[in-house]
Design a protein around this ligand. Structure first.
Ligand code: CU
Length: 130
């Protein structure tokens, strides 16, 4: 009987964790020589664990950085990254994975800070749902 009660408590704990933002999301994102992220638009839940497996698939280096929509993408730097969501510049042909906790519900900008790339259109959007 005691064992049954313990299992029941563990079961409830697992459900509770999921309900409180224990969800996780993982995305394979590429950045190419045409200054495009694929996919460029991502959606997650607030407080979830988000993994970005980022690959610069062409010859050019790229960065994947999450910033507030109040930041001018053309002057953003790694210091503007929210929630530690920044891969840093990676060389063409290489990959890097990062994991961060999704910020509060809202819309955020994804941008590449390699000089000239944001101007060329290398941007995206992260939608965080409640
Ligand atoms: Cu870039």
């Amino acid at each position: 009987m005691k064992r049954f009660v313990l299992l029941a408590i563990l079961g409830i704990t697992a459900v509770f964790t999921t309900a409180c933002g224990g969800e996780s999301f993982s995305f394979d994102v590429t950045g190419n020589d045409n200054f495009v992220y694929e996919p460029a638009a991502l959606a997650v839940k607030a407080g979830s664990q988000v993994t970005i497996n980022f690959t610069a698939i062409g010859a050019l280096p790229h960065n994947w950085l999450l910033v507030s929509t109040g930041i001018d993408p053309t002057t953003a730097s790694d210091a503007d990254a929210l929630a530690g969501a920044v891969t840093g510049e990676i060389a063409g042909g290489t990959s890097k994975s990062i994991t961060f906790t999704a910020p509060a519900a809202g819309t955020y900008t994804i941008v590449c800070t390699v000089p000239g790339h944001a101007e060329a259109g290398m941007r995206g959007t992260l939608t965080v749902e409640p």
